[in-house]
Design a protein around this ligand. Sequence first.
Ligand code: HEC
Ligand code: HEC
Ligand code: HEC
Length: 567
Amino acid sequence: MSGRYGLGFYSLVAGFGCITLAAFTQGILPMLEPQSRTNKVTKVVRTDLGELKWMEHTATDYTPLEAQGRAVYIREGCWYCHSQYVRPVTGETRRWGPVTQAGEYAYDMPHLFSTRRIGPDLSRVGLKYSDAWHYAHFWNPRWLSPDSIMPRFAALFERPVVVKIVDDGKGGRTLEKNAATEKLFEFSGRPLALTPNSDGLLFVPERGRAPLIVTPNKEFEGDTVRLVAASDDLKALVAYVQKLGTNRGKWRDRFEPQQMEATQVGLPRSEEWVGYGKQVYERRCLGCHGASGNGNGPAAAFIQTDRPRNFNLGVFKFRLTPSGSLPDDGDLVRTITRGVRGTAMPTWHELPQKDVLAVIQYIKYELAADRSDPKKPYLYFVEEPLKAPLYVGDAPKPSPQLITRGAEVWQSAKCWECHGKEGRGDGEKAAGLKDDIGFPIPPANLTTGQFKSGANVKDIFRTMSTGLSGTPMPSFSDTVSADDRWALAYYVLSLSAFKDPLTGEPMKISAADRAALNDPALAASESRLAYRTQDTDSPTIFAGEAWARKHGFDFAARRAALNGAAR
Ligand code: HEC
Ligand code: HEC
Ligand code: HEC
């Protein structure tokens, strides 16, 4: 080593230099850049006429529970494998949703961008799945995605205990009272229907109720179950994960894959396709729907409400075909591609079309069968002729008159008997409603805007026209005219106007902005065309805008021009 200073000295200078540089770029620069402090974002809102529009609004902070979940996320090192940003490149928007904006990180200190994507990006995962899906996935990711390398987070559950099933003295079955079960259940409380999976695993989704063991399809006949429950940390983690991306409002209702319409395609039966469909089913669907299609796969232990469909019964909810008949392939393509929102049934828009068509063949020609007489299985899709789907024309344009008419039809058609006066799902007939196989099924809370079979006005029209087979939700084709059904469909959508998609709480918005957004002439059909709120006392700086201005681009003028063109 030549020179006056030794290696140690140079290392020290280099180390100090790097740390200073890091502190400058990560700490000081962000403070100098005003856009790093904005909490403005663009989000999709539902208007009073039931339309979806982009508007500029603010992101909201984490609740204490969500903040606790964030701490668990950091502690468990989820960020080693998951990023939290959507870039405008390589189809990320098609996979995950709208491009990230600076305002989304307003409450993220430190941010959790992360650098590697060993698992998918999580910044848009909120409300993609139900809580139940997440519990099942944390318990064992392989049940939902056989080649997943995500570790199990079983340690976040309370240790499983083995408990006996006993007679409750009223003709039902309950769990033995002991120290462990008394911590989870209130034996004299409201009953909670619980179904163990075929291995006897049983997840407790809600504490403080009376356990009632229900196995309508004889899914499980053992006399002990293994009980698991979520720890407080796990509940917080799920709350945090559900919050991610919801600052962007109802963007998912505008998400292209959720818009896909039923193509009235039909593939004739083919043993080769059925064979391939079996492979797809075993990889993607078995975890919930079960090996025999009875709706009680291993992960079903975690899905105690909105249970996975039992395909053996040949009853399907979401169809354009008449009430009581089987769905056509187009119906099944639509349901599988979009998923069933608000339930554990995922959206499969990333699955190749070929796989979707094949798995439909397998469901139709293998699983949808009554095999009570093993020698003569009854295949519903072979025995029962397909009925023509309903023809749905173009929806009328929304207008205040249409909404008023819809409200009248809501009264006269007695939707409120089940859905409640304000559509909260709390009507006088709501309690005690059961589906065809005996599971409790509350009427949809229409104010949350989470529709199982799609949030387009045509989807709501379809639901009212053909009903949801197997549930108490009837078909209104014969009693309500098509014009009135359109009015009603818009009215139903208007029930979730200007509500936060996660909490259902009304958004804070001025009357003037509300009126401007309600104007059907305003399109605001994309994030970059978002409606700008009229309070001008605090001009918003957008991500990239400060930079753009410095470089001579005028976004505001461009947006005004485009908004004009969109009118
Ligand atoms: C070793 C890497 C790794 C770690 C650590 C990890 N994951 Fe994952 N995660 C994955 C992979 C791979 C997938 C995709 C396959 C699957 O769904 O299991 C995934 C999927 C997910 C999904 C579903 C995303 C979607 O859009 O389908 C969620 C949610 C998730 N992980 C949450 C978490 C949370 C929360 C933690 C921390 C408690 C965590 N992960 C830790 C690798 C990881
Ligand atoms: C994580 C659990 C889960 C997985 C995995 C899953 N499903 Fe489902 N599926 C459900 C649930 C839950 C429902 C019932 C939703 C409801 O109506 O409340 C359902 C319902 C359905 C329905 C019934 C739709 C109707 O009209 O009644 C079909 C068809 C379906 N799933 C197909 C599939 C296919 C095909 C796959 C695999 C590619 C799959 N599911 C994977 C949970 C799952
Ligand atoms: C007898 C009770 C009953 C009546 C009357 C009734 N519904 Fe329903 N409705 C239900 C139930 C139960 C569900 C939930 C089904 C499910 O979760 O699978 C439902 C679900 C819905 C959904 C949600 C569909 C989705 O995709 O999630 C809409 C929309 C709806 N009903 C509209 C109406 C309208 C409009 C009327 C009046 C014309 C009406 N319902 C009358 C019981 C009823």
